[in-house]
Design a protein around this ligand. Structure first.
Ligand code: NAP
Length: 201
């Protein structure tokens, strides 16, 4: 799959490493095209670096791994170019209000298939999703169909088990998992290497 990763630092690089390792082609969309760290990372992954517009044009899937406070401008600017793309919103808008950008995508990128994923656990659990023999789950939401299969593949290729909570209307529930993660990791001092598992019989 061709994946545009907007943002190339902690989350962008962690996810891109996993995807490149699984055989996907990654293009980072960044502000600074000559950042040596980003260029070295792209080389290491046999990927490429471009502007956000170039990366979005390249990607079948576009993953938002930028700060929450940068989401509105990015979505307003590039909304039309997201039409027909699988969009994965990993960004958390901290500081009160909605953590996700679902409403912004609906308003400015109505042609995109929007998924909420990779927002509810710390990056360490994407780098290593195994707890002994147990594979961590990743809760996500977004439309059923071809996009769902693609997003589940991306989640599996990071090493997590996808657990769909429903269509994008369930975005608040996915974000509550993120709040639960923060409450346990920081509020209860359990640390960042913490994830969730659904048990069924
Ligand atoms: N860290 C985690 O464990 C974690 C887990 C789940 C979700 N998230 C979410 O994932 C997102 C990225 O987190 P992170 O930890 O990877 O952050 P980070 O290490 O600070 O990386 C942010 C990236 O976004 C770029 N960026 C910053 N401001 C921008 C702007 N105005 N427009 C476009 N690009 C901009 C940065 O590029 P420059 O080098 O140009 O500044 C950098 O590549 C956040 O929304 C965060 O809430 C983080």
């Amino acid at each position: 799959m061709k994946i545009a990763v907007l943002g190339a630092k902690i989350i962008g690089s962690t996810l891109a490493r996993k995807w490149a390792g699984a055989g996907h082609q990654v293009m980072f969309g960044v502000r600074s095209l000559d950042n040596p760290e980003t260029l070295a990372l792209a080389r290491e992954l046999n990927g490429s670096v471009g502007t956000a517009a170039e990366a979005i044009a390249f990607g079948e899937a576009v993953v938002f791994a930028i700060p929450g406070n940068a989401m509105e401008e990015m979505i307003v600017t590039h909304g039309p170019a997201l039409a027909g793309k699988i969009v994965v919103d990993a960004a958390n808008r901290m500081g009160g209000g909605q953590m996700n950008s679902a409403a912004l995508f609906a308003a400015h990128a109505p042609g995109a298939q929007v998924y909420r994923a990779f927002n509810s656990l710390g990056w360490e659990n994407f780098a290593n999703p195994m707890f002994g023999d147990l594979q961590a789950d990743l809760f996500y939401c977004g439309p059923a169909g071809a996009g769902q299969a693609a997003v589940e593949r991306l989640i599996r290729d990071v090493g997590l088990r996808p657990v769909r909570l429903g269509d994008i209307g369930q975005v608040g529930l996915v974000d509550m998992i993120g709040s639960l993660w923060f409450a346990l990791a920081f509020g209860q001092g359990m640390g960042r290497e913490l994830a969730f598992k659904v048990l069924t019989r």
